[in-house]
Design a protein around this ligand. Structure first.
Ligand code: NAD
Length: 272
């Protein structure tokens, strides 16, 4: 019960990793506000948090909208009484709504670039920006931004996604410096590959357009399995709970001297 009585917001809390994070926080005694663009997903995870014995609240939020992010923080404080931990997990690959024709940069629609940055980068900015005064006033708080191993290094298949996640790592460092005088720890987590809905779609694109697989007849899941086998030294997918446990650690007293860091949870896929 390392987080007993703490109140946490998890954006994208209805998604694959978000759910793992919410459940891990709840198992450590945190009360969890499950925020997601998809209200139904948020409701489902909030029920699961309740079953663990923690108080929970589901809120529909589009993290790219300033008014909705403000409502999220205001409603959390009104209904839960406080805010101690902010986890920014909402994110998109950029492939969700469009057919990808190739990996060439000229085939990356400008709208797809903007959409990816609106959620992955602007969303993290807006949530950090809105929670910062709350934490500053209390002289305590924890912010954990979910970046990606893709933000450590460019990616031929996901240029917009990689750049947005590199932005999250850099922004996390800036926030850590700003919030340090107020005893607020700001860190990022860089997950490797977890088979969630983001990859159900991503693996279809991978199999269809990546030069290693295009036209080879290799199916989406098989292609992703091959990437895991060849690029992750442990040769295994990570799980939502692996990420949840890292978030719990960064939110706990044990991480009191850790700020401005990006923690890779990726089976050795990247060293930093
Ligand atoms: P997911 O698609 O399962 O979950 C993402 C969630 O974010 C969904 O529930 C979705 O409804 C929500 N969302 C999308 N747009 C939103 C918006 N505008 N406002 C609020 N919520 C929104 O994907 P996931 O794998 O759980 O990814 C979660 C985070 O982890 C993302 O930031 C992703 O980039 C990051 N990540 C995932 C992996 C992986 O392998 N799955 C690896 C590295 C990083």
């Amino acid at each position: 019960m390392r987080l007993k009585g703490k109140i946490a917001i998890v954006t994208g809390g209805g998604g694959g990793l978000g759910e793992g994070i919410c459940l891990c926080l709840a198992r450590e005694g945190a009360q969890v506000v499950v925020s997601d663009l998809d209200r139904q997903l948020a409701d489902t995870v909030a029920v699961k948090v309740g079953e663990i014995g923690s108080r929970s609240l589901a809120i529909k939020t589009d993290v790219s909208r300033e008014d909705e992010v403000k409502m999220l923080v205001d409603q959390t404080i009104q209904e839960m009484g406080d805010l101690d931990i902010l986890v920014c997990c909402a994110g998109i690959s950029g492939y969700s709504n469009r057919e990808a024709s190739s990996i060439l940069i000229e085939d990356l629609p400008v709208e797809q670039w903007d959409e990816t940055f609106a959620v992955n980068m602007r969303g993290v900015f807006l949530c950090n920006r809105t929670a910062a005064p709350v934490f500053r006033k209390k002289n305590q708080g924890r912010i954990i931004n979910i970046a990606s191993i893709a933000g450590r290094k460019g990616s031929e298949m996901l240029p917009a996604y990689s750049a947005s996640k590199a932005g999250v790592i850099s922004f996390t460092q800036s926030m850590a410096l700003q919030m340090a005088p107020h005893h607020v720890n700001v860190n990022a987590v860089c997950p490797g590959i977890i088979y969630t809905p983001i990859w159900e779609r991503g693996s279809q694109v991978l199999a269809k357009v990546h030069p290693l697989f295009a036209g080879s007849g290799v199916g989406p899941k098989e292609a992703l399995d091959m990437v895991v086998q060849t690029s992750i030294p442990f040769k295994t997918y990570q799980t939502p709970e692996d990420i949840g446990k890292a978030v719990v650690f960064l939110a706990s007293e044990e991480a009191r001297e850790i700020t401005g860091q990006a923690l890779n949870v990726c089976g050795g896929m990247y060293f930093s």
